[in-house]
Design a protein around this ligand. Sequence first.
Ligand code: SF4
Length: 292
Amino acid sequence: MYFSLYFSSIFLNNFPEMCYNKFGSGRFEKSDLIKVKKVDFLEGLIHSIETFGTVDGPGTRYVVFVKGCPMRCQYCHNPDTWETVGATRMTPEQILDDYERYKEFYHGGGITVTGGEPLVQIDFLIELFELAKTRDIHTCLDTSGIMFRRNNPELLAKYDRLMKSTDLIMLDIKHIDPEEHKKLTAQPIDNILDFLSYLDEKEKTIWIRHVLVPGITLIPEYLERLGYYIGQFKHIKALDVLPYHSMGKTKYEQLGIDYVLKDVPEATKEQAIEARGIIIEAMKKRRHDMGE
Ligand code: SF4
């Protein structure tokens, strides 16, 4: 996932950022996604835990970063979460017991699972969120939606079950243009947009996140298309526009991965505000065209 020092949001104020990582990281291979499905789902493959998160959902939150992600977003500043090996294994009970140690800080907050891509470990996520709800903890899923498949009944049943214990979904839409999306993330957009439709059908509370990358997503035509597309969904309650920054560059050097965006300038707070305005106007236009 992607976080920023600055949030440009419809409904939310800007948040400062604090991060406290407890654990280390490892390497990823494509076959690891299959391996993840075979592990004991009472254990999650955890990259790190942030005990005082203020940018990953409402209030102050306990944020769990999981390992494993099939996306390869060029601006990802957590490439050390892509790979599953080297993960710390934790059960839902262990995570929530740790949460309880800090629970006095989480008034108005809760637990957020991000990554990496949390839905790679959907069985673990179900266990974790269901247990969290028995303890009356607010649950937030920060996802790219890339793992969603509507045509797999067994998997769809898992999503249906997970949604019952998920209070909020923060969905990242990386690029609205299918070709550009594939260039930016190495993955197609179809299932991500279908996941958005699914969430709206389920009447889930959705926050959309969009990273503004100069020359890639910071183009008025794409911002308008994004706004016009998401404007059709009734359950989007917030829009965060995050200016691209290159803070993750050092990790790429450490991991020996080429940083494709090395010549791309960072986006500014002012550009994020302007971009948010373009997206919101297009959302309004869509709603107007729908007769609302
Ligand atoms: S979805 Fe993209 S930004 Fe999020 S962890 Fe995966 S590669 Fe990184």
